[in-house]
Design a protein around this ligand. Structure first.
Ligand code: SF4
Ligand code: SF4
Length: 340
């Protein structure tokens, strides 16, 4: 099987996007060389990584609360894992040992919590599917950051896709993700993971261990009271449906104006950002100045710029919006002519 056949099959199985990264490149460019998330640490035989994207249905970001996104996250992840698993079965039948990696696992030998054996965001970028946003989610031109990714590690040598060099993220002059973030966790092409976890992992691992730490030393009366807390129900929901244990805060995803799904269904409801404050606006302005002045910025240094887009922002979102409006006008014209 060649790369085109593998991609066609993956799409047939239900993937929204698919790209291929070479294992050699992923081994040579770990996201953080001190804690290398590389395929060779998982399997020395891996030649290629087939990166699969499943988008999150956009309607969830139009809802009144975050709950529909939280529930859909679980469904999207399950579906994506099934697509990846079917692909591995097919590849193995063709004689190419292949397996799927868990998208939401943590490697405790490297860092504690939310640090997988592989970084799916970086794999997606190496597979040519997008580039980093200011909040270091992968932004695809098709769906912005509203998606999940996983990787199939295969011993089949496949032609890799070329990474994008054009920055997909509008950057500091947009900063809508920064304005919307409830815990001010967005950094300059970086993220304060602890601050993000407060909202994004409301009932995640940290919250659970903190709760039970307190429970162990509590008096019998306090223990009774603690067991009635909303937290305990949250942990139960997390175990049952993964809801609340990760991806719980969708604000930076909802407001990002990249992607035709945003133009079509989110521009109206997400235009205004209630969380925007003068302090956040000042923070974004300082980011912009630092970039213009060429100040040292970790997220944009010689190592990390690879995943942000070495050519900088060149108007991809504006170009897409124009094309989108043109297509909409053509469709409206066809409908009027009764041809649609
Ligand atoms: S909201 Fe704007 S700044 Fe943030 S990731 Fe999206 S395009 Fe980039
Ligand atoms: S997921 Fe929520 S808390 Fe985390 S960076 Fe995005 S907006 Fe902020």
């Amino acid at each position: 099987m060649d790369a085109a056949q593998v991609k066609a099959l993956t799409k047939e199985l239900g993937a929204d996007l698919v790209g291929i990264a070479s294992a050699a490149t992923l081994n040579a460019f770990p996201p953080d060389p001190r804690w290398p998330q590389t395929p060779d640490r998982v399997s020395p035989h891996c030649k290629s990584v087939i990166v699969i994207v499943s988008r999150i249905p956009v309607a969830a970001f139009r809802a009144k609360s975050n709950i529909p996104v939280q529930y859909l996250d679980m469904l999207v992840l399950r579906r994506m894992d099934r697509i990846a698993h079917k692909l591995t079965e097919h590849l193995e039948r063709e004689g190419h040992p292949s397996f799927v990696t868990a998208a939401q696992e943590t490697d405790w030998n490297m860092k504690k919590a939310s640090y997988g054996r592989l970084s799916t965001r970086h794999m997606g970028i190496e597979a040519g599917l997008g580039t980093f946003g200011l909040e270091v989610n992968i932004l695809t031109p098709e769906f912005g950051p509203r998606l999940y990714l996983t990787g199939v590690l295969t011993e089949l040598e496949l032609e890799p896709d070329a990474p994008m060099t054009e920055q997909v993220c509008i950057g500091e002059s947009c900063s809508r993700c920064l304005h919307a973030c409830p815990t001010d966790a967005v950094l300059h092409f970086g993220i304060d993971k602890r601050n993000c976890a407060i909202e994004a992992q409301e009932f995640g691992y940290m919250t659970a261990t903190q709760f039970f730490d307190g429970y162990i030393d509590a008096s019998p009366a306090k223990k009774k009271e603690m067991l009635k807390a909303r937290d305990v129900f949250g942990f139960w929901q997390g175990l049952l449906r993964v809801v609340g244990s990760f991806g719980d805060c969708p604000r930076c995803l909802a407001v990002c104006p990249v992607g035709n799904d945003y133009h079509a269904h989110l521009a109206d409801v997400q235009k205004k950002i209630p969380e925007k404050t003068p302090e956040k606006v000042a923070k974004a302005k300082a980011f912009k100045k630092a970039r213009v002045d060429g100040d040292p910025v970790t997220g944009l240094d010689d190592w990390n710029i690879r995943w942000v887009g070495t050519d900088g922002y060149q108007g991809i979102v504006a170009r897409q919006l124009q094309e989108f409006k043109k297509a909409q006008a053509e469709r409206a014209g066809m409908d009027e002519d009764g041809e649609g």
